[in-house]
Design a protein. Structure first.
Lengths: 889, 122
């Protein structure tokens, strides 16, 4: 007999195994090795979270109670997968093009990035998921109880459910909210779920094989037994078959957790093609032995709970090994569903409820002063706890008595309420926000009244169930409008979805979409024609640097900088600050939407771009053009965009030339000044010494000055020569292996200030311990220059220079030197690397303005780069060493 | 009483050289290194001669010259300009703004003495 403690031990061991799998997958992903993690096989297996504890335990119970009807639950999704070309492909394409994070985000984004719709869908999703999560907790608790023969003990039963909820919260928080992934992808979790998919399939197959060959005596005997059982003679209602198949298909598309794995975690569209046959195959295998197990259970264990036959049959035969495997399979089914569902719901709650409230609670003028990432992460973690707590409360409240399948179907109908808005949004440009909102409200209310509330025994008094509220007979929850005698489930599906879709269409036809809705509508419905073209906010007063600061706080510094740099390069510019064009704003908004959702990203951008909204011009651009005109204008647009890019590049080049011309003049006088100044002292003191008559002490001092000034001249000439050698590509590099930390040590020592110099250099030695293969002396020269510049120019009262080292995913090493002074004005940022240029107040400079020019040449020669890094508060420079310079540790 | 010369120059070595040459010749030499406050310094106690560098921190020597000429108590003080840039444009500009002499660095000590003597003796 397996004791309760032993069972807990096995469950914990299994969870630890999943932790390891998730952890290893995350680590691989962090190293950029995602090819294997992102295969069509893993994608298909992750879809198996559709098969929850309901399927694992409940399908057998369902078959025992209602015959073959359980197959409808698999039939619906299989049909959706077979027909993936129609709906799923479009859903995935839209999801990727618009960087959608959840089903609520999709609906909100489609209907004009509406915050209200996002909240509405989120609330419906939570209400619909709560019974479902309760169901998983119930199945875990039940399986524990059965196994240990403690079915009677109330306290232990609740405690098991409670601690399961706590454990699941911890796991989900750990792996679901590790970072605000750009695209909300969770490699670790997906990998763990794929493993769980294999475990539950293996478990169910093992029990099935055991039942057919172990007890049943082979295939023939089992078939004969099935023919003799009541299951073979069950009346099947065509209405229920149709209704349930449709419902399962709809739920497959609309359940938040399915949306998460189908769309959000989808790495490549073509994985759908594989999943379209592999997923139906998986569910077919899952359902293969359901009937034999149900028949055998009814025969051997009459009068016991048929939901638990998967466990009780092996136990009754004293096959504890198989029973344990079945237990782990059920445990897998329950945990994988809960984990993904809570991640999806938590994303929705934080993006559509918490962050908008947080944004709104701040004064409109205030810029992003807080760390948005921290707020979002905390919101997500709390939401995960909250969703699981709701599930547990529902479980206690509903008494945990109902059959598993019944609870699952209630959830399905709730989730399916999103279907009209979803399909309408994808295929019908005339759908409006008002239509979607009223449809959702009507559908959700009917669902609550006809199905959800009655399921909580006692919430609706028996009198109301029988005679309707306030004696209004036509409002009876299970016989609306006097149509009685229908199956309650079918009745609820019919009314809620019919009226939902009806109101959606009618209200959409009667209302006029706003410009923003039209824009989004065109992009969703015609996603295959133009996956990229998007117009939204206009530049307004937003400055590239402000946008960069905001983006860094949301998606993280490295991602934001890469994004801005790529945009600048695409525009033909250097550095990190692209021109703030409408295209750039739209792209940035989508990037941010990947972390905080479309509506919130739009609100944030609007805050920075000073509330600019869609203009009449944009509206005209997307108003109903004939296909021909669309194509023509698209071509024109592409051309004019090209021209604009060229013109911008030319303008920039011209600006630079003009400035360089001025710079060249000022260089000539600069170089003259730099040469003549030391020569003046040398000449004057030489004459004084030659004339004689000075005190011996003074003579020594004056000779010292002559020596010092001669050195200054030599340094200047060295710099000039150095630069010309580098510029002409002459001179050999002395490539050697060395420690980056040693190079920085050397630079700090060489650029040491005079005693009393206030500059504090902050380093993180641990990060610096990286071996590099490069010209160590040249690299040190670059660092010395940057440190010396900070010493000279940082104007903070307590100047601090931070040296930060980071290894990129590609293997390149970034070394940032950031001080806390007032930084460099944007118009000077592109110029400082030019020869003899000095930003701002020239007279503070000590050198001839060659330092950064030399640094740039050196980094070019070393195959890396150096650039000014805006948006860091002070002056900041980023030195990048190429991947081959970084030696793996 | 010894005549007073004010040297406005930010390079300490050059200031020291000029001070030595003029002190040896019997002048009283004051020095000042900052451009922004230079005109005020001259106004508070006008010397007999100002030696003024063009490239100064805070305010250019040419601007200081303009200030001196615009203010009645300093309009008549002789000014000798120094520059290391050596462009004729600077010389023309300085002279048109009212400089009395213009010297390009590097200069000989004899040249400095001769110019100072000429400007103050008059």
């Amino acid at each position: 007999m397996i004791t309760f403690n032993l069972l807990v031990f096995f469950a914990l061991l299994y969870v630890a195994f999943l932790f390891t799998v998730a952890f290893l997958a995350e680590r691989r992903a962090a190293r950029g090795r995602t090819a294997w993690l992102r295969s069509p096989l893993i994608y298909t297996l992750s879809l198996s979270i559709y098969c929850t504890a309901w399927t694992f335990y409940g399908a057998v119970g369902y078959a025992a109670r209602s015959g073959l009807e359980y197959l409808t639950i698999y039939l619906g999704p299989s049909l959706v997968m077979f027909g993936w070309w129609g709906i799923l492909r479009k859903l995935v394409r839209v999801g990727r093009a618009q960087r959608i994070t959840s089903i609520a985000d999709l609906i909100s984004s489609r209907f004009g990035k509406s915050t209200g719709l996002g909240v509405l869908v989120t609330l419906i999703a939570i209400a619909a998921a709560t019974p479902y999560i309760a169901l998983q907790l119930q199945s875990i608790a039940l399986s524990f109880a059965v196994f240990t023969g403690a079915e009677g003990e109330e306290g232990g039963f609740w405690a098991t459910a409670f601690w399961s909820a706590v454990g699941l919260t911890l796991f989900t928080v750990l792996f679901g909210t590790r970072n605000l992934d750009v695209n909300e992808r969770h490699h670790g979790v997906v990998m763990a779920i794929a493993v769980e998919a294999v475990v539950k399939l293996a478990a169910l197959l093992a029990v099935g094989l055991f039942v057919v060959w172990g007890i049943g005596g082979g295939v023939q005997a089992t078939l004969a037994r099935i023919d003799a059982s009541p299951i073979a003679h069950w009346d099947q209602s065509a209405g229920r078959w149709l209704g349930l198949t449709f419902l399962a298909g709809a739920a497959f598309l609309c359940l938040p957790r399915m949306f998460q794995v189908l769309v959000v975690e989808n790495a490549e569209e073509r994985h759908l093609a594989t999943a379209s046959w592999a997923f139906p195959l998986y569910v077919m295998l899952m359902s293969l032995f359901v009937v034999p197990i149900a028949v055998m259970g009814l025969e051997r264990l009459p009068g016991t709970n048929p939901d638990l036959f998967v466990l009780t049959l092996p136990l009754a035969e004293n096959r504890e090994g198989i029973a344990l495997l079945a237990f782990l399979g059920g445990f897998s089914s329950a945990t994988s569903m809960v984990i993904v569902a809570t991640i999806a719901l938590a994303t929705m709650v934080s993006n559509h409820i918490v962050v908008p409230i947080w944004l709104r609670s701040r004064s409109p003028g205030a810029q992003m002063s807080g760390d948005v990432r921290a707020v979002v992460l905390i919101a997500r973690r709390l939401s995960i706890g909250g969703v699981l707590a709701l599930g547990y409360v529902y479980f206690r409240f509903s008494g945990g008595g109902a059959a598993l399948a019944a609870i699952g179907l209630i959830s399905f109908v709730g989730a399916a309420q999103v279907l009209p808005a979803l399909l309408g949004g994808l295929f019908w440009r005339g759908a409006t926000r008002a239509g979607a909102a009223t449809g959702l409200i009507v559908g959700a209310s009917l669902w609550a009244w006809c199905l959800f509330l009655p399921s909580l025994g006692g919430v609706i008094p028996a009198g109301v169930m029988a005679d309707g509220p306030f004696g209004l007979v036509w409002l009876r929850p299970e016989a609306l409008f006097g149509i009685a005698g229908l199956d309650p489930l079918l009745h609820a599906i019919l009314w809620s979805l019919l009226l939902n879709a009806g109101t959606f269409v009618t209200v959409s036809l009667c209302t006029f979409p706003t410009p923003m809705e039209r824009l989004q509508g065109a992009q969703f419905v015609n996603v295959f024609q133009h996956s990229s073209a998007a117009r939204a906010l206009h530049a307004g007063a937003a400055q590239a640097e402000d946008l960069l600061i905001m983006a860094q706080r949301i998606v993280g510094a490295a991602e934001a900088q890469d994004f801005f740099q790529a945009a600048a390069v695409a525009q033909g510019k250097h550095g990190y600050l692209p021109d703030v064009t409408p295209d750039f704003i739209a792209a940035l908004e989508r990037e941010l939407a990947g972390s905080v959702g479309a509506a919130t990203a739009h609100a944030m951008m609007a805050q920075l771009t000073q509330g600019a909204t869609v203009s009449v011009e944009d509206l005209i651009a997307v108003a109903d053009e004939a296909a021909q005109i669309m194509e023509y204008s698209a071509r024109l647009e592409a051309k004019s965009a090209e021209q604009e890019r060229t013109a911008r590049a030319l303008r920039e080049a011209n600006d630079k030339l003009t400035r360089l011309g001025v710079q060249k003049d000022s260089f000539l006088s600069q170089i003259s000044h730099e040469l003549r100044t030391p020569m003046t002292s040398i000449r004057a003191f030489s004459e004084i010494l030659r004339e004689g008559g000075a005190e011996p002490d003074a003579v020594r001092r004056y000779a010292g000055i002559i020596e010092e000034e001669t050195q200054r001249l030599t340094r200047l000439l060295d710099d000039l020569l150095d630069l010309s050698v580098l510029e002409n590509g002459q001179g050999k590099l002395d490539m050697r292996e060395g420690s980056l930390q040693r190079v920085i040590d050397r630079a700090v020592a060489a650029a040491g200030g005079r005693p009393g110099d206030p500059l504090v250099i902050q380093r993180r030695e641990a990060a610096e311990a990286v071996p590099v293969f490069t010209d160590l002396d040249r690299l040190a020269q670059v660092f010395i220059n940057l440190i010396a510049n900070a010493r000279k120019y940082c104007d903070a009262e307590q100047p601090v220079l931070q040296v930060r080292v980071r290894r990129r995913g590609s293997g390149a090493i970034e070394i940032d030197f950031a001080d806390n002074g007032s930084g460099i004005a944007p118009e000077d940022q592109n110029l400082i690397f030019e020869k003899f240029s000095r930003a701002g107040d020239q007279s503070r400079a000590g050198g001839a303005g060659l330092g950064l020019a030399i640094c740039r040449e050196i980094m070019d020669r070393l195959g890396g780069s150096i650039a000014y890094l805006p948006g860091q508060g002070g002056a900041a420079f980023r030195v990048v060493l190429p991947a081959r310079a970084a030696r793996a540790a | 009483m010894a005549k007073r010369v004010l040297v406005i120059e930010d390079e300490p070595n050059i200031t020291e050289a000029i001070s030595f040459i003029l002190s040896r010749d019997g002048w009283t030499v004051h020095t000042h290194a900052d451009g922004a406050s230079a005109a005020d310094r001259v106004r508070r106690a006008p010397p007999d001669l100002v030696i003024l560098d063009i490239m100064l921190p805070g305010r250019s020597g040419l601007d200081i010259l303009r200030d001196l000429r615009a203010s009645p108590e300093t309009a008549a003080v002789p000014v000798m300009m120094l520059t290391a840039r050596g462009q004729s444009r600077d010389r023309d500009l300085a002279l048109s703004l009212g400089a009395d002499r213009f010297m390009t660095k590097p200069f000989s000590n004899a040249e400095v003495l001769e110019n100072v003597r000429t400007l103050v003796a008059g």
